[in-house]
Design a protein around this ligand. Structure first.
Ligand code: ASP
Ligand code: MG
Length: 400
């Protein structure tokens, strides 16, 4: 069972969480618990580090920002004891949860399950801080913002758990963001692949790397609310799902920017020359379109990046000007990507048509299109995002 930041936001909620655990415990389950920091605490610690120095050392940064999870673990262990349940906190380094890679962004490579299994078989519920790890040279590490979901999945895998429950402040995964489309419905079951696309394409419920981890390790996940008794959403393998709907959900992002290079030479090596400096500067490129040149000499290349990377990308492309001929550089940071996701589209024809038709009915212009086996994404003017999501949601009858 994993509880997110809003679920443990204050001591009353921690006492409430203890009751949820007690109920499961009383049903004779063996449980390991993973917790986030209390809501806002990690951000607060990061602010503090900035006040000390702009160049706060990475190793101390990880020891600092991981401390929020330690606080929650101890409070929850004590809350369970108060309910008469044996429990103790185990910090990442005490287990240990071993990580590799850089500070701020390490990856969990092993969890010593022995200690946790012993604890559980003695009836003691271990409370484990998410987000934390220990490097091979004995330093405290963290696994990236929002990483405690990934901690929970890694621990579930090492314990060979029947499933991993992610308790959060929403009822589960929805067909789209209910804040944009009030008719959005909770999805009962979604495949890892679909959830991964939804998370990468903008759905905020779960962090995409934790979904990926669950997929690789075949850990069944239930996303559910701490504040209700409803069943939530099961994230599982595709063969356990029957697809009666063509698509499963609509996702959107609003932090994209679009770049077009007009009039580049249509010859080998041009695309490679454009994308090399982006790669060297860690800029992630998302959608890419190259037009067919009408006269076999010049073409346009359009691609999207994260909005934060726009000014850096502009500079890099300008530096290319000496070696690379193009007529015009155009950029637009007021775009958003709207996507439909669903394994059902593999077997249903006309899905793209239906999506484009929905957009046409609202006179929404499509700027760029990209597809994979189970998703279709279009780039639209940012101000059309809400209307696009709503009309697509309705066209595919996701509200039914
Ligand atoms: N406390 C960490 C964060 O806010 C990890 C998490 O909550 O998942 O990023
Ligand atoms: Mg969190």
């Amino acid at each position: 069972m994993k509880f997110g930041g809003t679920s443990v936001a204050d001591t009353d909620r921690i006492l409430h969480v203890a009751n949820i655990i007690k109920k499961k415990y009383d049903e004779n389950n063996q449980i390991a618990v993973v917790v986030s920091a209390m809501a806002g605490v990690t951000n607060d610690l990061i602010q503090k580090s900035k006040k000390i120095s702009d160049e706060f050392p990475n190793d101390e940064y990880d020891a600092l920002v991981s401390s929020g999870e330690q606080v929650t673990s101890t409070l929850l262990a004590a809350a369970l004891q108060k309910l008469g349940i044996k429990s103790r906190s185990w910090l990442g380094w005490q287990i240990p949860i071993v990580t590799e890679g850089n500070y701020k962004n390490s990856r969990i490579i092993s969890v010593n399950s022995k200690i946790l299994n012993e604890s559980m078989s003695q009836g003691v519920v271990p409370i484990i801080p998410g987000f934390q790890g220990l490097s091979k040279d004995n330093r405290i590490t963290t696994i990236g913002r929002g990483g405690s979901d990934a901690s929970a999945v890694a621990i579930a895998k090492c314990l060979d758990a029947d499933f991993c429950e992610i308790y959060t402040d929403v009822e589960g995964v929805y067909t789209t963001n209910p804040a944009i489309e009030p008719k959005a419905k909770k999805i009962e079951k979604i495949s890892y692949e679909e959830m991964l696309e939804m998370a990468t394409l903008g759905a905020k419920v779960m962090q995409s790397s934790s979904v990926q981890k669950a997929m690789i390790n075949d850990v069944d996940i239930y996303v559910k609310s701490t504040f209700s008794n409803n069943s939530g959403t099961q994230i599982t393998s595709e063969d356990k799902i029957s697809y009666d709907k063509v698509i499963t959900g609509v996702a959107y992002s609003s932090d994209d920017a679009k770049i077009t290079l007009q009039g580049v030479k249509d010859k080998p090596g041009v695309a490679s020359a454009i994308f090399k400096p982006l790669y060297e500067n860690n800029i992630v490129v998302d959608m890419i379109v190259q037009n067919i040149s009408s006269d076999n000499s010049k073409t346009d290349i359009t691609f999207t990046i994260k909005r934060d990377d726009l000014s850096k990308t502009k500079k890099l492309i300008e530096q290319l000007k000496q070696n690379l001929d193009y007529d015009k550089f155009i950029s637009d940071d007021k775009v958003s990507k709207v996507s439909i996701v669903g394994a059902g589209m593999i077997t249903h024809p006309g899905v793209a048509y239906k999506m484009f038709n929905a957009l046409a009915s609202k006179k929404i212009n499509i700027q760029v299109i990209s597809t994979s086996e189970i998703k279709i994404s279009v780039l639209v003017d940012e101000q059309n995002t809400k209307e696009a999501v709503q009309v697509i949601h309705q066209m595919f009858e996701l509200d039914k």
